[in-house]
Design a protein. Structure first.
Length: 120
């Protein structure tokens, strides 16, 4: 019997965000550290290299235990080409605002795809 991962195995939310967003979500209870010390979040500050953000994005989207990946929209802009290429159903990708950067629907590539499907 082939080994497959069921959607039921996806029970974590991952986050790539600024310190305030991550802190709030960790206080809400989303934090998880696996047995091999893999976290389900990445705190991004102005000194965080774009390569680190892209690497974490790739890691989170390849993990079979993550159902949703939240990313601050202003951070998503730094890796927009990578995000635009992402087209998998799981983990679901959701761009969120941050305290200092409001949400701009015109920049959300997932929302653009949905609008295209509905002919808007």
């Amino acid at each position: 019997m082939a080994s497959t991962t069921s959607y039921k195995d996806r029970n974590l939310i991952a986050v790539i965000g600024d310190e305030d967003s991550i802190t709030g979500l960790l206080l809400a209870g989303i934090g998880h550290v696996s047995d091999n010390q893999k976290k389900n979040f990445l705190v991004v500050d102005p000194k965080t290299p774009v390569a680190t953000i892209e690497s974490s994005f790739q890691d989170f989207t390849e993990r079979k235990d993550i159902a949703i990946l939240l990313i601050n929209q202003h951070i998503a802009e730094k890796i927009r080409p990578t995000i635009d290429k992402y087209n998998q159903a799981f983990p679901a990708l959701v761009e969120i605002p941050s305290k200092d950067h409001p949400y701009d629907p015109s920049k959300d590539s997932v929302l653009k795809r949905v609008q295209k499907l509905f002919g808007d």
